[in-house]
Design a protein around this ligand. Sequence first.
Ligand SMILES: [Zn+2]
Length: 186
Amino acid sequence: MAEIKVLIEGYTTADSTESGEEKTCPTITLIKDGDNKIIVDPGVLDSQKILVDKLREEGLSVNDINIVFITHSHIDHYRNIGMFPEAKTLEYYGLWDKNTVQDWEEQFSDDIKIIKTPGHSLDGLTFLVKTNDGVVAVCGDVFWKKNFPENDEYAIDSEKLKESRRIVSGAADWIIPGHAGMFKVK
Ligand SMILES: [Zn+2]
């Protein structure tokens, strides 16, 4: 079984009714899957040191991370991709190793399955991770947070988003959303 841990609980004021500066940070997740040490969505942060310190608490350094998963190509989710010098990067369009790219497999490993979940963006991916507590879906902004308004005004295709939400909810016991802590699927 893989192990999964939210390192940084994301947040956003995008659904706030108050006007003013928007503040957003995605949820940043660590997956330990055999020899793979994976970071999902390294995000934007006040300081990269915050993430370096969180990794240190796990006994890891940036050099130990060998794969970075990107849920979708909005910059708040991937701006810190360069923090991990040894890591391959997996996004919708392929698995990158330095300047080479190959297709990724839907069954990425025994315990990680990758599904396409468009709607919020056209290039959305969800990572379904088998753990001892059940299947955890790391889904980016398919779900922003537990009680985010059903109508995602940033969605590029609301019908596709609805379908992606249905698929993710059906496949997972737990959801790690784009901008909040993990919650249980009803
Ligand atoms: Zn986001």
